[in-house]
Structure formats: structure tokens, C-alpha cells
Design a protein around this ligand. Structure first.
Ligand SMILES: CC(C)(COP(=O)(O)OP(=O)(O)OC[C@H]1O[C@@H](n2cnc3c(N)ncnc32)[C@H](O)[C@@H]1OP(=O)(O)O)[C@@H](O)C(=O)NCCC(=O)NCCS
Length: 169
């Protein structure tokens, strides 16, 4: 796969990618709320509009196969409100198209974000993920650990857990 920075032209494809990913959560979280296309479109516009951080896409033969994003951490959950936490990067998205799972694409995207967060002066990173999701196994395998923090993800109406990792070499 080839990695590149996302542009606003990618927003529709990114939103559709997340819709396909979201649909797979129903297999382990049947009661989850499925966010609408409009919500997903808005979410990617917000990520791309942030003055700092990166949105990176992975392409396989020119086809969008995955995407991931980070921004300087603010407040408790995200990258937009609350006090800035110096040195802390916030991973706001990691999505791989279901047709491309288990080929190392998420691991590659996370490694790229980690390189970029370090280059931006971060020494540690955090993220939130759905409790009990397959993504928890990805983060454990990629060197992240649960922080012990818990929260609620309003778009899906599911519980979330915090993960952290050091970015020291
Ligand atoms: C979670 C997700 C990003 C993983 O993407 P991926 O490209 O398939 O992951 P990788 O191939 O890089 O996996 C790396 C390692 O993570 C672990 N892992 C990843 N997905 C796993 C799964 N479904 N079950 C168990 N372990 C998994 C494995 O250790 C894997 O290594 P291996 O394949 O050699 O065993 C993908 O399944 C996805 O997009 N899911 C839906 C969206 C989502 O939950 N995103 C996270 C939101 S916070």
C-alpha cells in the first residue's frame, strides 16, 4: 500500500469507508447506533480542518483501503475543545476497509502517525476505542495499553476505553 496525505476531495470516500467499517461492528455490538453519512462527512471535514495534525490515507492500487488521523490532544476526548496537553498526540481515527483487513494496513498507518507525532514534538499518544471491539486487539498488538479511562461514544451509543502509548524511541 501507498500512504499519502488526505485532501478534501477524499472526504466522500473516507465517509463511505467508515460506513462500511461501522456496519461490521453490528456483528459484536448488535445494539450500536449507526452514524449517518452526514455525520461521517462532517467528522472528516473537522479532522481535515484542524490547523495541526495529519490525516493519512492508505491506497492499494489507487483504491482507498484505509485512513488514520491524529491531532494535538485537547481536553478529555478529542482534538477540538478543552486545554491543550503539551506533548500528547490524540489519534482520532483508524479505519481499514473490511476487504483489506489483516494485511498490516492499520499497523502501517499507526506507525506513520507515530512518526509524525514524534516529529511534531509529542512524546506520548492517546486514543479512545469501542470497548470489546476487534480494534482493542490491534492496539494491544501495536504496543498500546489501556489507560484505565472510560467514556461513552455518543455517535454509536457504546462504551469506550482509553489507550495510551509512549512515543519514546
Ligand atoms: C481494527 C482495524 C483498524 C484493524 O485493521 P487491519 O488493517 O486489519 O489490522 P492489521 O492487519 O494491521 O493488524 C495488525 C495486528 O492487530 C491485531 N488485529 C487486528 N485486527 C484484529 C482482529 N479483528 N482480531 C484480532 N486481532 C486483530 C493482530 O495482532 C494483527 O496482526 P496479525 O494479523 O499478524 O495477527 C480494522 O479491523 C477496522 O477498521 N475495524 C473497524 C473500524 C475500527 O474499529 N476502527 C478503530 C476505531 S477506534
Amino acid at each position: 500500500v501507498r500512504l499519502r496525505d488526505a485532501t478534501t476531495a477524499d472526504v466522500p470516500a473516507l465517509a463511505e469507508l467508515v460506513m462500511r467499517c461501522d456496519a461490521t461492528h453490528r456483528s459484536w455490538a448488535p445494539r450500536m447506533r449507526l452514524p449517518s453519512l452526514a455525520e461521517e462527512l462532517a467528522g472528516w471535514r473537522v479532522r481535515l480542518d484542524r490547523p495541526s495534525g495529519d490525516v493519512v490515507v492508505a491506497e492499494d492500487d489507487g483504491v482507498l483501503a484505509g485512513a488514520a488521523a491524529w491531532a494535538p490532544a485537547r481536553g478529555r476526548h478529542g482534538g477540538d475543545t478543552g486545554p491543550l496537553h503539551p506533548g500528547l498526540g490524540h489519534v482520532s481515527a483508524v479505519f481499514v476497509d473490511p476487504g483489506h483487513w489483516r494485511r498490516g494496513i492499520a499497523r502501517t498507518l499507526l506507525a506513520e502517525l507515530e512518526t509524525r507525532m514524534r516529529a511534531a514534538g509529542c512524546d506520548r499518544a492517546r486514543l479512545w476505542t469501542l470497548e470489546g471491539s476487534p480494534a482493542e486487539r490491534l492496539y494491544s498488538a501495536a504496543g498500546w495499553r489501556r489507560s484505565g479511562e472510560r467514556g461513552h461514544h455518543d455517535p454509536t451509543d457504546l462504551p469506550i476505553v482509553g489507550y495510551v502509548r509512549s512515543l519514546d524511541a
